[in-house]
Design a protein around this ligand. Sequence first.
Ligand code: HSE
Length: 312
Amino acid sequence: MKVSYKVPATTANLGPGFDSIGMALPIYNVITIEETVLPSTGIEINVMQDVENSELIELDNIPEDKNNIVYKAVEMLYNLVGQNPSELKINIRSNIPIAKGLGSSASVIVGGLMAANELLGSPADEDALLSIATEAEGHPDNAVPAILGGLVMSSMEDDGSVIYRKLKWPDEWFINVCIPDFELTTNISRSVLPEMVPIRDANFNARRFAMLVHAIDTKDSELMKVALDDRLHQPYREKLIPGFREIKDALKHKNDVLGTVISGAGPALIVISEKNNVEQIRNLIKETWNNLNINSEIKTMQVELEGAKKIN
Ligand code: HSE
């Protein structure tokens, strides 16, 4: 038996919502899990990248053994039902850029989990899948929208359960995903964060996050321009993303731009704009990064409302 899931990319944090909010984006990975019929074939993991949907290339540097994050998530689910995964073939067809802050790891964890759940006869319900995916990923803000689609606020509770609520992203607001040609792993990006933050910064973010939710809920563009500010993670990560500050400051003065934030742990940036006329924004970003010898790709999109979906 073979099951495939198509899972969207995600962008987490949206400025002040560190580890608390994320949104699905229309870029997808496809994860297929196959129970191998022959005994003793063990676990086989293949990771292929889809280039322009035409050619598949094999990716280096991704563990294709039991250290692979998909295998680990699948193993958690099997263990939960008192089994061990023994004869499985896991294929990952990757379209979501890796180590860019676009939820590629959450996407493959979610796809692997959901496909494995199906193979096992669906022992885990949605709540259990949300918890396992969040535990495997470490925080809920990418995993939850990858499963559910849309824009989702979420929290992992001390007992491992996940509380979430969806928000409706205004159709009038465009999401410009700006992807530089360098990688930044989440581990490195989290390693620069301090253990403790000043109370005034925590306080600042609490106010901004409240504003963010209200601005989205009421499509309040003026409030959104203030709400996207953050003092919990971006100021520390700035040094890892050359050009971020320049791009953010330059775009602050452009009409139709509501703000620029780091996508998840970076290095991709998200520019939220009100009109689909993004040429000026694109040129400014490309030029700023070009001057730093960084190539980039900029895609304008809307939120993906559908989460992980079985495709065969
Ligand atoms: N909220 C996470 C972070 C997302 O900012 O580190 C990355 O997976």
